[in-house]
Design a protein around this ligand. Structure first.
Ligand SMILES: NC(=O)c1ccc[n+]([C@@H]2O[C@H](COP(=O)([O-])OP(=O)(O)OC[C@H]3O[C@@H](n4cnc5c(N)ncnc54)[C@H](O)[C@@H]3O)[C@@H](O)[C@H]2O)c1
Length: 345
């Protein structure tokens, strides 16, 4: 089965979540990207009225092919979350907002910190202000990042772990998180924040390796290029398959137990970098690896091993990740085998 067939995924979604979204008006900022487009496809099947707002900024994953087949069932607005006048036009109509639009690259956040500030903080604040003034009954689910934690002191990392980000991206995601939680406490807007680990899967951009490293290695293997590992490849990460994230977003969007809460969203399993690459090569059936020294100054931004503790979201919403790394890589590989020309030349 190709990974753009959503029947299997639909069977994992609780019935009450499916019922909840039927006929709901849903706004997805950044909806042409990986997370937003996979989410849109499921929401359309559930009978939600989906509006996608996406600026199609060239560095990120916005891709019109991501919504092929559902383009006539979503309302696509090409525009920027920083455009307050534009947001005001349809925010009053919205029941739930999945706020996913972002400057996504932690690497670019260091070379252009003001752009990161502008999109990730000012953009989020413009959105929240529109909600406060025009539609405080709307619900907002925001995609934050594990980068908010910074250097890892203990594993698995729970939501109480100190947040001392090492990069501008993490500082601004943490700031945007605090805006969301503040708007819950001060204005009663039902906001939920996710701290997402390392996502991968169909519909992620394949233009560069600044984020989405599993996908990038799948491309490297498929195109017969050498996969470079920094150091000995023993660093541990928590890789989460896209459809697990989509399911978590839906469950949070549908449940008042998520209001005002911050949740880790990860697989809860630690995998060594080297093991992930070996699995990519095994599944793709080709690819070579080369070990290279860590780049200069990398130790300043290296968080150390990371495994998410997902106990809180399981306790409050009943969500846990279902996909193992092998299945996720297989599905991702199948997708790009079928549709690669839409992601790289
Ligand atoms: N991909 C990751 O590694 C990762 C990890 C943790 C959290 N997240 C967060 O999840 C969210 C979705 O990421 P993704 O993986 O789908 O990335 P993506 O690049 O595939 O999608 C991001 C989308 O946002 C759009 N966008 C960017 N700036 C915008 C703006 N100012 N106005 C409107 N649209 C804009 C882009 O055009 C793109 O379509 C982001 O908030 C990201 O920070 C991503």
């Amino acid at each position: 089965m190709l990974s753009d067939d959503y029947n299997e995924e639909m069977s994992f979604i609780p019935i009450e979540t499916k019922k909840f979204f039927k006929n709901k008006k849903v706004l997805i900022t950044g909806g042409l990207g990986m997370i937003g487009s996979n989410l849109s496809r499921i929401l359309v099947i559930m009978g939600a009225e989906v509006t996608i707002l996406d600026a199609m900024l060239p560095l990120y994953g916005g891709n019109i092919f991501n919504i092929s087949g559902i383009e006539d069932r979503v309302n696509l607005v090409t525009g920027d979350i920083r455009d307050q006048n534009l947001l005001e036009k349809f925010i009053t109509e919205t029941d739930i907002i999945f706020h996913l639009a972002a400057q996504v690259s932690y690497i670019d956040s260091m070379s252009d910190p003001l752009l990161d500030l502008d999109i990730n903080c000012r953009g989020s604040l413009i959105l929240l202000e529109c909600c406060r003034r025009l539609n405080p009954k709307t619900k907002v689910v925001f995609a934050g990042s594990r980068m908010e934690y910074g250097r890892v002191i203990y594993n698995p990392v729970d939501e109480e772990h100190p947040t001392e980000p090492l990069m501008i991206y993490g500082v601004h995601k943490l700031t945007a998180e605090k805006y969301h939680i503040m708007y819950f406490h001060d204005y009663g807007i039902a906001t939920t924040v996710f701290r997402i680990t390392n996502p991968y899967g169909p519909r992620q951009q394949m233009k560069h390796s600044k984020y989405g490293i599993v996908n990038w290695f799948i491309k490297m293997a498929m195109t017969g290029q050498v996969i470079k590992i920094f150091g000995d490849g023993q660093q541990i990460r928590d890789y989460i398959y896209i459809m697990d994230i989509v399911n978590a977003l839906l469950m949070a969007g549908a449940s008042s137990s998520a209001d005002g809460e911050v949740f880790n969203v990860g697989s809860g399993r630690g995998i060594r970098f080297k093991e992930m690459i070996e699995e990519v090569i095994r599944v793709v059936g080709k690819g070579t690896v080369e070990t290279v020294p860590w780049p200069n100054n990398y130790e300043n931004i290296e968080t150390g091993d990371f495994i998410a503790d997902t106990g809180k979201i399981y306790r409050l919403l009943g969500w846990k990740a279902r996909y193992d790394l092998t299945t996720g890589i297989q599905k991702t590989f199948e997708y790009y085998k079928a549709y690669r020309e839409h992601y790289w030349a």
